[in-house]
Structures are given as structure tokens and as C-alpha cells.
Design a protein around this ligand. Structure first.
Ligand SMILES: [Zn+2]
Length: 256
């Protein structure tokens, strides 16, 4: 789970990774025979029993620095990723982060640029609203209307949703499912872990190769595994145990 990719060092929410650090982290993945892919691709691979060696990469909020900073590095390392954008704040900024610093968000054209480069576009809701504290009408608008707007912008129905702040509850999961999304990303959904509440690991500027090694080793112990896919044939399901993905299956445990 990434957010912003820039050299800005004012970073009270730990959401910024420098292009240098991202380059090193993507190199680290490649050096271990792992491939960074969008979560949509990871989920399709998982359903087909061929997710071994794949790592889901996500960039939340849809900062303009995704196109300027992350895209060239993803391309250099042969990776794809999912960028979760806010169609209610096109061309706006991260006004929800009280302490700042203000960072510009992608507009419709920027989102189309990312999509044209092979990146998956997912919804982060309309306005970056915490769905667990919003009223029913707002929850429906944040999930459904953002999906419709993204379909208008890119010409494709988005498959993925990402809960703002990573906060999730059964009502939010139901709304995301009803809106038609195939999967949704949380951070640490615990007992709620499912296709619509996938665990992720926060990656930031301090994640050098030693820390990445520790996160890779310890994460399966810390996070609940995604239950095996019901539609996976039993023979393919056995292989899915080798997942390196953002969701482990059975044996390897959740989240990368
Ligand atoms: Zn966010």
C-alpha cells in the first residue's frame, strides 16, 4: 500500500515515498523473482491458481505524482499497479488530511493517462469519506456514484474499491458488493477479511530491504488469510498456497 511518490519530506501521515526509494523497492521485488501487478490482475491470477510470485501494488488517493513519479518507475521495472482515485475531487487536493502538506489529485485526463499506461483504476469513494461513520445515503453515493463516474471517465467499469482510512464494517462491505465491485482493499480487516476486505501492508520511505524482508516474513503471522476461492477447482487450489500476493490463500496467510 503506497500513497504519494515524491521527494517532499514534510510527511506527517507517512504517505510519501521518494522516487529513489520506490525504485529501490521495486528492484528488491524483482531481485526476488516477484512481479508487481494490479490487484485486479492478482485476483484473476489467484482465481486461476497462478498467483505465485505476484505482489499486488496499490497507490491510494490518486495524487498527480502517481503519473509523474510512480508511472515511469513501474514501467521501468515491468510492473503494473492499481491506483485508487477520488472522482468527487477531480483536480482537487487532499483536503481531508488536516496537517497537509497539500498534494494535487489527478483530474479526469490524468486518470485516463494512467489507464492508458496499463494501470488499473479503482475507486477510493467520491470524497475520501470514512464509510463506517457516514449515513446510509452517503455510503451508497460514495460507492455507487464513484463507480459510475469512473466508468464514464475511463470507459470501463472499475473492478476494485478501496476503503478510505482502511476502515471497514459489515455495512460498508455490503454497500461495496451491491455497487458491483469485484473486490475491495482494506488495511487490517481482521475477522472481516474477504474479497471485499483485503488486507494490505503499509510501505513507506523507511522500508529498506531489511524492513521489506521482515514485513514479508512477519506479515503472514499478523494478518488473517483470505479464505480459499470457492470457484477454484480443488487441484488448482492446492497450488494457490504458494501465493506471494496481497492476499495469501490458506497456508501463507494474508497480506503483502
Ligand atoms: Zn486515502
Amino acid at each position: 500500500m503506497y500513497h504519494s511518490v515524491s521527494s517532499c519530506t514534510d510527511d506527517p501521515y507517512r504517505i510519501t515515498v521518494s522516487p529513489y526509494r520506490l525504485d529501490r523497492q521495486l528492484r528488491w521485488l524483482r531481485g526476488r523473482g516477484l512481479s508487481g501487478v494490479s490487484v485486479g490482475e492478482l485476483m484473476r491470477a489467484r482465481a486461476a491458481g497462478r498467483a505465485a510470485g505476484l505482489v499486488g501494488l496499490t497507490f491510494d488517493d490518486g495524487y498527480t505524482d502517481f503519473v509523474d513519479g510512480a508511472l515511469p518507475l513501474l514501467r521501468r521495472h515491468g510492473c503494473t499497479a492499481t491506483v485508487f482515485v477520488l472522482p468527487g475531487r477531480l483536480g482537487g487536493e487532499n483536503a481531508w488530511d488536516e496537517l497537509g502538506p497539500r498534494k494535487p489529485l489527478l483530474d479526469a485526463q490524468g486518470i485516463r493517462t494512467a489507464a492508458a499506461e496499463g494501470m488499473e483504476i479503482g475507486s477510493h469513494g467520491m470524497m475520501h469519506t470514512d464509510l463506517t461513520t457516514a449515513d446510509d445515503t452517503t455510503v451508497e453515493r460514495e460507492t455507487k456514484q464513484s463507480r459510475e463516474m469512473l466508468a464514464d471517465i475511463t470507459g470501463t467499469d472499475p473492478e476494485g474499491f478501496c476503503y478510505p482510512y482502511g476502515t471497514v464494517d459489515p455495512r460498508a462491505i455490503k454497500a461495496v458488493r451491491n455497487a458491483g465491485y469485484g473486490y475491495a482493499c482494506a488495511i487490517d480487516p481482521g475477522a472481516l477479511t474477504c474479497m471485499h476486505a483485503l488486507p494490505r501492508v503499509h510501505i513507506d520511505a523507511s522500508d529498506t530491504s531489511v524492513r521489506l524482508f521482515l514485513k514479508r516474513t512477519l506479515n503472514p503471522l499478523r494478518r488473517k488469510a483470505l479464505p480459499p476461492e470457492p470457484q477454484v477447482p480443488s487441484d488448482a487450489g492446492a497450488e494457490a498456497g504458494e501465493d506471494e500476493g496481497a492476499v495469501g490463500s490458506g497456508r501463507t496467510g494474508g497480506g503483502r
